[in-house]
Design a binder for this molecule. Structure first.
Ligand code: ZN
Length: 152
């Protein structure tokens, strides 16, 4: 068995680590969590619920995580939300899309030095590999993410 042939996916419901063959994911399989039975992918972004949840999602799995730093008061963030959701449907299961409310989790926003929102940060293995501020449409989010993964 080649280790690179499987992905470790963090369950967004219970946090359990699940192994799935990369080839099956690429072929359209949509596995469920072995511990709680929740689907590992929903086609929608997942919200970071706590600092610990954010840490686990971004550092324990092998999938890159695209994080949307947003806030309730931010008009452009709200304008981008449906575009980010559409991008999740296009980018899963190769990438996990996550929304981070900068008002609810200011520690995380501070650690990444977020100065304007919306800001997208692509994280792999706990490490930032790219960031982009400003509103993007779904296609632009997809293209930008794929280009960043090629480089990073
Ligand atoms: Zn689970």
């Amino acid at each position: 068995m080649n280790d690179t042939a499987s992905e470790t996916i963090v369950c967004t419901a219970c946090g359990a680590l699940n192994k799935a063959p990369a080839a099956k994911l690429a072929a359209g399989a949509r596995p469920k969590c072995g511990k709680c039975g929740a689907p590992l992918f929903s086609g929608e972004p997942v919200a970071a619920r706590s600092v610990a949840d954010f840490e686990r999602q971004t550092s324990k799995g092998t999938l890159p995580v695209l994080v949307d730093f947003w806030a309730e008061w931010c008009g452009p963030c709200k304008a981008m939300a449906p575009q980010f959701s559409a991008a999740a449907a296009m980018l899963e299961p190769g990438v996990r899309l996550m929304k981070l409310d900068t008002e609810a989790l200011p520690e995380v926003a501070g650690r990444f030095g977020i100065r304007s929102i919306p800001t997208l940060i692509l994280i792999r293995g706990g490490r930032e590999i790219a960031r982009q501020s400003g509103v993007m449409d779904a296609q632009s989010i997809k293209r930008w993410t794929e280009a960043a993964m090629q480089r990073g």
